[in-house]
Design a protein around this ligand. Sequence first.
Ligand code: MN
Length: 289
Amino acid sequence: MSSVPGSTGLTIATSSMQDLRFGRQSMLRNLVTELIGVVLAMGHPAAPSASSADGELIEDLVAANRILADQGVLDGFGHVSARHDKDPSRFLLARSMAPALVTTADIMEFDLDGNPIDARGRTAYLERFIHSEIYKANPEVRAIVHSHSPAVIPFGVAGVPLQPIFHLGGFLGAGVPLFEIRTAGGPATDMLIRNPELGGALAMTLGSAPVALMRGHGDVVVGRSIREAVFRAIYTEVNARLTSEALRLGGEKVVFLNEEEAKAAAETNSAQIGRPWELWKTKARVQPR
Ligand code: MN
C-alpha cells in the first residue's frame, strides 16, 4: 500500500501497478480540472469585493453609477457612494474608473478615513475623502454623489445663489452653501479634495444641507438613500439649467419657490422617487433584477 498525493492535496491510495497507473490518471485529471478552474476564474468577474454588504445595495450603487452617467451628471469623472448597510463606519465606492462602466466587481469598501479595506491591487479615487469625511460628519447621510455637473458650475463662480426654480428642485430651498477651497487649502491647490483635511472642510461647509457647490469644480449631493441622492443630483443639474435660462430671458425678476413651497414640494417629491428611478434605470440599460 503506497500513497500518491493528488494535486489538490487529496491522497490517492494504490495497492498495485494497476492502481498506481489509475492514481497517476487521477492526478492528471485533478490537475486538468484545476487548470480549467483557473482559466474560468480569469474569464469571469471576481465576486463583489464588498461581499458583506447587501447585494441589492451593491446593485443599486452600480445602477446609480450608470444612471448618473446616462443623465449627464457624471462623465468620465465624478463618483457615487453608499454607506455600508451593516457597518455604518464603512462605505462602498467604485475603484477609480469611468462611472458608466462600473460593475459589481468594481465596488470597493472603505473606512471613514478613506482607507480601502481590501484593495486587491485596485486603485481608489483621489477624491474619496469627500465621501469618508461627509459620512463621518453626518450619520444621516447614506449616499453621496460628487460630480462636475456642468450647468451647476456657473453658480459656484458667478455669485448667483442656486435656488429652487421649480417644484422638483424643492430640496434646494434649505439653501445651497458654497465651498471655497482656498479657505482650507490655500491659493495653489489643484482644486481636488485629495486629503481628509480638505474633505473635513467640505463636510463642514455642507453641514446638514443636501447640496454644496464647490467653486470652480462641481458639487456634492447627499441623500438618505442611493435613490434620493441620485434624484437630487439629477434635479440639481436640471434646476441649474432652468435658472440660467430664466435669467437669460432677462425678465424683471425671476420668481423662485418660497421657503414654504420648497419645503412642501420636497416632502411630496420624496415619496415619488421610485418612479423616475425605474425610468432612469431603463434608459441607462441597467438589467432588471
Ligand atoms: Mn471632482
